[in-house]
Structure formats: structure tokens, C-alpha cells
Design a protein around this ligand. Structure first.
Ligand code: ACM
Length: 636
């Protein structure tokens, strides 16, 4: 490669940093009439730019240099400012770059050197050295009694079902025994593994007994049997002759929170269905019961909607010259993908076999750029002169509550979503509608006057109330990010997913909303795991090392007996995927922190202990290895 780009921090203040950018022409050819394209996820102040001009759409920047020539073996230099906290990580730098000439008909790849950071960084101390425990169970069960001895699985071991609701769990156990331990249970043989109905156990609860007479899994619900199977998989020990045994044990276990979720963003980068399934399977291993599928955003629409094929024909792909433009990566190719309705059904069935409910998210009214670019005839308000910039630097990504097309779009999309997803909850997003939106739209102004609305927030509430009522007619309960209550229009039946802070969560609970806790400061798995610049990740909410993830204790300040706690249905962690381009990166960001989050979701407060968790984690790592998970090594 013969061009190289270098970004360096020149100065940094609390929320204002200046950068120098150099493009080296290492070839022996002069380049004329050239432009530089690159990807960066912060907004460059155009007036601060020297030696040329810059335009930016989301993370996609185009520089038109003052000097039309980039001379062989010379360089181009410019400076600019960004209103940002000091950058700490190489992943904060330029992600992809390209030189174009001849109106874009000729392109030259550009090598990117890691950003030269100015901030000193703190190396964290190593985790304490820990002995691994024999029973490396994560999340920690409520009650475990160990006994001397092991039960040996044999070539004639068979699974026996004495519970009709255990069939999915038994099939999953069988698959995992084969995948992880290359062990095949027999269809006829000894009833070594017995699933038995126990109607005294509540949903999710289970008992697992291993003794000389075999392995007995008891539950009163199909999900209870899945959890029992997950625990059994973690108990299996491999002997030196590769045969399997399980220590004698008696376990009684029940979840702390009834909702235990993970959100995956499939819009910023598209994750193929095998990757989605892999994550869902991992969630089952850690006793999660909900997969929140973030299917739409500014940078991609990922769900086939038969009424509007444009949503995926246009909205699922981005690249130079396409309506969405490249974002986050892949500057020099068309990038994207979507899930057909058949594939969605496949994922839902796969999750259901593992006790996991799939909740779809259609994010409105902000984060809608891909939809608007796909259906401009319905969704674009031509007369709107409002000036705004979204958190990801878009000026054109919000649905209009005043356009009839918005309602037609919502009706058709929600009808298909309601039909496709059996979950009773549908997530409607509602986050991050930028200030300034709708104010200069004559149609929005008219709507505000008709209803005597005082602020744009009420317009947002107007649209969300419509969505709530539509969903109710379709037999669904609307759930949304905490901004869903802005404008005070939706009913208290809406479940609030709180991401901004615990204070905001409590505020919603006090108003009478049921709440799922997903505070970015503790549960966002795209946050870096340490302070070294080499750590991939972002840090706008926090740096979240394993220890902080483990220590997340919801509403620690609220007394146990406070009735407000009843409004907290559970916890969810999230993987936003601006920087998640590969399976390897996903594994690194998710593991082992997911195991820490699992314990926050499942295990009672008084049974959680950091050092005890670490010793279980140490013993548990071989099982992550068996799943081929490329986790971040906790002990380096
Ligand atoms: C969010 O992080 N915007 C929900």
C-alpha cells in the first residue's frame, strides 16, 4: 500500500480536542484532483478545518484539500477540532480511509497508523491470582450441597423424559453434549439422565441431583429444564481417557430477576444468522431468558418487511454513492445484509428451544435514517427546515409525527412485526431524538397547534402513543428506552428500558412504569475493558473492567423492602456494534463480562462475591474454550 494516514492529538481539554492529520504519498506518482475519505465516529467542526474543507455524514468524512496535487513522496497536512473528551483508545481513531480521484472513479487504499494519543493512561493492576474451584458454576446457584464421588456417563447412557415440558431442554442438552464433549447419548440404554416434572417449582426454578443412581433434573417449566441442563453442562468433568463424569451434588436454584436479557445491535454492523445463533446459545448457557434484537438504526434496516421491500433493498446496504453512504467500516465496498422473515422464524425457533424469548426493536422516531432514505416518498418532510444534529452526527434521521406516510409506515411495519414475533413485547426505541427537530416544519407546527402542544417532546409522545395503541390492537405491549415517556403521552403499561442512569430508572419506577435496568455505565459491553490504548472499545459511558461489571448491583442505594423494587423486572446488558466487525471482536467484548452480568441477573445479592466468582471463572474457562470463544484473557 502506498498511501498512509496519521492522526495525532495536538491538544486536549475536557470537551475540546485538536488534531493534526497527515496523508503521506509514498508512491512515485503525483495525484491530482484528489479527495480523502475516512471514517471517524466523532463530529469534526467544519469551521475549525485548515488546508481544505470537510463534509461529514454520520461517521463518513470527505476532505477536499486546498492543494489539488498530492506530490509523490510528499504529504498533505491539516488540522481540526472536535468537541470531545480526550481520546484514550486506538479504536477512537480513523477506522478506514480511501483516496479518490476522477470523481471517485479511481480509488487508492490508504494504510492507517494508530492514532497518536496524548492522554496518559492508567494500566490496571492484574486480577488477583486465584485457585480454580471444582464446581465452576456461573451464575452461582442458590443452594449447592456437594457429596463424595462421581457419576460416570457411559456409552449406553440415555436421556429419559418424565415431563412433557422437558423435550426442548433435553434436545439442547443432547446437542451440547455432542458439540462440547463429543458425547452421544443413546436412544435406548440406561436412564442415566432423567428429566422429571416437579409442579412445586416456579417458572425458571430447577433442582439437579447427581448421585449413584444417576442425574435427575427437575423443574415445573420448560425454561426451568433449560436452566437445569445449563448447570449440568457446567458440572461435567472430562477424565484423562476422555470419558465424562459428574460430581455428586444436590442443587436447588431459582433466578433473582424474572427478566434477564441481552441486546445485540445488528444495524451498525450486520451479524450473519450463525453469529446471532451462537450468541443466543451462549445466553442459554448463562441462564438469560431474553434476546433483544436491535434490528433498525440510522446505518441499516435489517428486517424484511414485505409491504416495503425498499427497506431492505436500499436500507440494508451502504457504500459510496448509495443513499446511506459508508459508515463505521468498509469504505471501499458495498456493505450490509438483512434477515428474511424465514430466517427470523428460524432464529425465534432456535431461541425458543433454549428458553429464550426474542424481542424485536424497531427504533423510532430517531435513529431512522435508513428507513427515511429507503422510503423518502413516505417519510421525508420536504418542507422541514429544522436544524439539528443527532448524537451520531446525522441531520436527517428523524421520522416526522406530522406526515401521513409515517403512520402508514408504522402500521405496516408493526403489523408484520407483530405477526412474525411471538413475543408479547415489541421494543419501539424512542432514544436520542435530537434537540431542534421538527421546530421548522410547517406540518409539525400545525400539529402542535391543533393539539396545543408546547414542546417537540409532546410531538414525540404523540407518535409513540400512536405506536402503543397500534401495538395494543395487535395484542402487544410496547416497551422502549426511557425517552419513551418524554412528552407524557404513553400509558404506564409501557415498559421502560433505562440506559441513562439509575436515577432515571428510579424516576420512571416512581412514576409507575415497570423498568428493565440497562445502565450504560455498567452493562454496555462495547465499553473498553481497561485503560490501555490497545483495548478495543469506547468509553463515553465508562471503562468497564471485569471487576466493575461484576460489581454492578442494581439499585444498591434502595432498601430491599422498598416497594419500588417490585417495578424493577430485571437487568439487561447490551452490545452496540459500531466497532464490532467480526466474531473475534464480539467474543472479546462479550466474554468474560457476560458471565459477570449473568450473575447480577441470577444470583441473590448476599451470595455474590468477587473473589469467589473469580475462582469459579478460572475453573470455567475450559468450558469457554470448548465453545471456541475468543474471550479476553482475565489473567494475562
Ligand atoms: C441507547 O444507548 N441509545 C439506548
Amino acid at each position: 500500500m502506498s498511501f498512509r494516514i496519521e492522526l495525532a492529538v495536538l491538544s486536549e481539554q475536557k470537551q475540546f480536542c485538536r488534531f493534526g492529520l497527515t496523508v503521506h504519498n509514498l508512491t512515485d506518482q503525483d495525484i491530482a484532483d484528489w479527495k480523502l475519505q475516512f471514517i471517524i465516529d466523532r463530529y469534526i467542526l467544519p469551521d475549525s478545518f485548515t488546508h481544505g474543507g470537510i463534509s461529514q455524514v454520520g461517521s463518513f468524512c470527505t476532505v477536499t484539500p486546498d492543494s489539488q496535487q498530492l506530490i509523490a513522496n510528499q504529504h498533505y497536512y491539516c488540522e481540526f477540532s472536535i468537541r470531545t473528551a480526550p481520546l484514550r483508545f486506538y479504536t477512537d481513531g480513523i477506522k478506514d480511509a480511501l483516496i479518490i480521484t476522477n470523481e471517485g472513479t479511481t480509488t487508492y487504499p490508504v494504510m492507517i497508523t494508530p492514532i497518536v494519543l496524548a492522554s496518559p493512561y492508567r494500566e490496571r493492576s492484574q486480577l488477583p491470582e486465584t485457585q480454580s474451584t471444582q464446581l465452576a458454576l456461573i451464575p452461582k446457584p442458590s443452594f449447592v450441597e456437594c457429596h463424595e464421588g462421581h457419576f460416570h456417563l457411559s456409552e449406553s447412557s440415555q436421556i429419559t423424559l418424565q415431563a412433557s415440558s422437558a423435550d426442548k431442554a433435553a434436545t439442547w442438552l443432547q446437542q451440547e453434549l455432542y458439540e462440547l464433549f463429543n458425547f452421544q447419548v443413546q436412544t435406548i440404554g440406561q436412564s442415566d439422565i432423567l428429566y422429571r416434572n416437579n409442579p412445586t417449582l416456579d417458572k425458571g426454578e430447577y433442582q439437579l441431583t447427581v448421585s449413584g443412581s444417576g442425574i435427575r433434573l427437575e423443574a415445573g417449566s420448560s425454561i426451568g429444564f433449560v436452566h437445569a441442563s445449563a448447570t449440568l453442562l457446567q458440572l461435567i468433568q472430562v477424565n484423562s481417557d476422555q470419558s465424562l463424569c459428574v460430581p455428586y451434588v444436590k442443587i436447588s436454584d431459582a433466578p433473582r430477576f424474572k427478566y434477564r436479557g441481552m441486546m445485540l445491535d445488528c444495524a451498525r454492523h450486520f451479524h450473519p444468522i450463525e453469529r446471532v445463533k451462537r450468541l443466543i446459545n451462549q445466553l442459554a448457557h448463562y441462564k438469560f431468558n431474553t434476546f433483544h434484537w436491535h434490528l433498525t438504526d440510522d446505518e441499516g434496516w435489517r428486517l424484511e418487511i414485505k409491504a416495503f421491500p425498499e427497506l431492505t433493498q436500499v436500507g440494508a446496504y451502504r457504500g459510496t454513492g448509495t443513499p446511506i453512504a459508508p459508515q463505521f467500516s468498509h469504505l471501499s465496498s458495498v456493505y450490509g445484509g438483512y434477515y428474511s422473515q424465514e430466517q427470523v422464524k428460524e432464529i425465534i425457533a432456535y431461541a425458543s428451544e433454549r428458553g429464550i424469548t426474542v424481542i424485536p426493536e424497531i427504533d423510532i422516531p430517531g435513529h431512522c435514517r435508513a428507513a427515511i432514505k429507503s422510503l423518502p416518498h413516505l417519510l421525508q418532510d420536504e418542507e422541514d427546515q429544522s436544524q439539528f444534529r443527532s448524537i451520531q452526527h446525522y441531520t436527517d434521521n428523524v421520522l416526522s409525527p406530522a406526515l401521513p406516510g409515517t403512520y402508514e409506515f408504522l402500521d405496516r411495519v408493526l403489523e408484520e412485526v407483530a405477526e412474525l414475533f411471538p413475543a408479547t413485547w415489541v421494543h419501539i426505541g424512542a432514544d436520542e431524538v435530537p434537540d431542534g427537530v421538527w421546530l421548522e416544519s410547517p406540518q409539525c407546527q400545525k400539529l402542535m397547534q391543533e393539539h396545543n402542544y408546547q414542546s417537540a417532546k409532546e410531538l414525540q409522545g404523540h407518535l409513540l402513543r400512536y405506536a402503543e395503541q397500534k401495538l395494543r390492537k395487535l395484542g402487544k405491549r410496547m416497551v422502549g428506552w426511557e425517552e419513551a415517556q418524554h412528552g407524557n403521552k404513553v400509558s404506564k403499561d409501557t415498559v421502560i428500558y433505562s440506559w441513562l442512569s439509575e436515577e432515571a430508572a428510579l424516576n420512571c419506577a416512581k412514576q409507575g412504569f415497570d423498568v428493565i435496568l440497562q445502565p450504560g455505565q455498567s452493562t454496555y459491553l462495547d465499553m473498553s475493558q481497561d485503560y490501555s490504548p490497545k483495548e478495543p472499545g469506547v468509553d463515553w459511558a465508562a471503562v468497564i473492567p471485569l471487576e466493575s461489571a461484576y460489581h454492578y448491583e442494581p439499585l444498591a442505594e434502595v432498601p430491599d423492602e422498598d416497594p419500588i423494587r417490585k417495578r424493577i423486572l430485571g437487568i439487561q446488558c447490551a452490545l452496540w456494534c459500531e466497532i464490532i466487525t467480526t466474531q473475534q471482536r464480539m467474543d472479546y467484548m462479550v466474554f468474560p463480562r457476560l458471565t459477570a452480568m449473568a450473575e447480577a441477573c441470577w444470583t441473590n445479592k448476599n451470595q455474590r462475591d468477587w473473589e469467589d466468582y473469580l475462582s469459579r471463572l478460572k475453573g470455567h474457562l475450559p468450558l469457554l474454550d470448548r465453545q471456541n470463544i475468543e474471550y479476553r484473557q482475565p489473567w494475562k
